[in-house]
Design a protein around this ligand. Structure first.
Ligand SMILES: Cc1cc2nc3c(=O)[nH]c(=O)nc-3n(C[C@H](O)[C@H](O)[C@H](O)COP(=O)(O)O)c2cc1C
Length: 153
């Protein structure tokens, strides 16, 4: 199976998730800036991940998705993931309301993938970081591996 994981990461946490998924699923893993058009041909599965910043994917990830030709993901199974902080742990009521309104990066990533013809394999998924720069919460790498196996097996 031809599986590709595309990601970007500011502090390395989303990168850790992407690489763990890549090893578990024998997938190629590329940072957004490294992806060449021919690497998107003949894909069976495409996973795209980004940190959530200001409720959205990083601009680099948004640009990558925007530049995918219309129909380029026809018949490709797609999945999206993000990293995010746990609003319950932050305990800020205003932030909780904003998060309810604007959500996390994985949702708009999925919408963009489907818009380009992709077939949603699983709902968008988020993985928790403890602080802005990480580390990931205990067990999130293992959860990411399990999640990716649901898509690829
Ligand atoms: C400028 C900025 C804005 C952020 N905004 C959000 C946000 O809206 N929601 C959220 O859950 N986390 C937010 N975070 C925390 C990031 O999600 C966290 O830094 C990221 O998951 C770490 O992943 P990375 O190491 O791959 O960059 C923000 C972080 C930064 C630096």
């Amino acid at each position: 199976m031809n599986i590709l994981v595309v990601y970007d990461s500011a502090y390395g946490n989303t990168e850790s998730i992407a690489k763990a998924i890549g090893s578990a699923c024998k997938a190629d893993v590329l940072r957004v800036g490294e992806v060449k058009a021919e690497q998107l041909k003949d894909l069976d599965i495409l996973l795209v991940g980004s940190p959530t910043q200001a409720f959205q994917p990083l601009p680099s990830v948004k640009a990558f998705l925007k530049n995918l030709p219309v129909g380029s993901l026809t018949n490709v199974k797609v999945a999206s993931f993000d990293t995010r902080v746990d609003v319950k742990q932050v305990g800020n009521r205003f932030l909780t309301i904003l998060v309810r309104l604007f959500g996390y990066a994985a949702q708009p990533i999925m919408s963009a993938l489907v818009k380009k013809g992709g077939v949603r394999a699983v709902p968008p998924m988020g993985f928790i970081v403890i602080e802005k720069e990480g580390p990931l919460k205990d067990g999130e790498i293992e959860r990411a591996i399990q999640w990716s196996k649901e898509i690829t097996e």
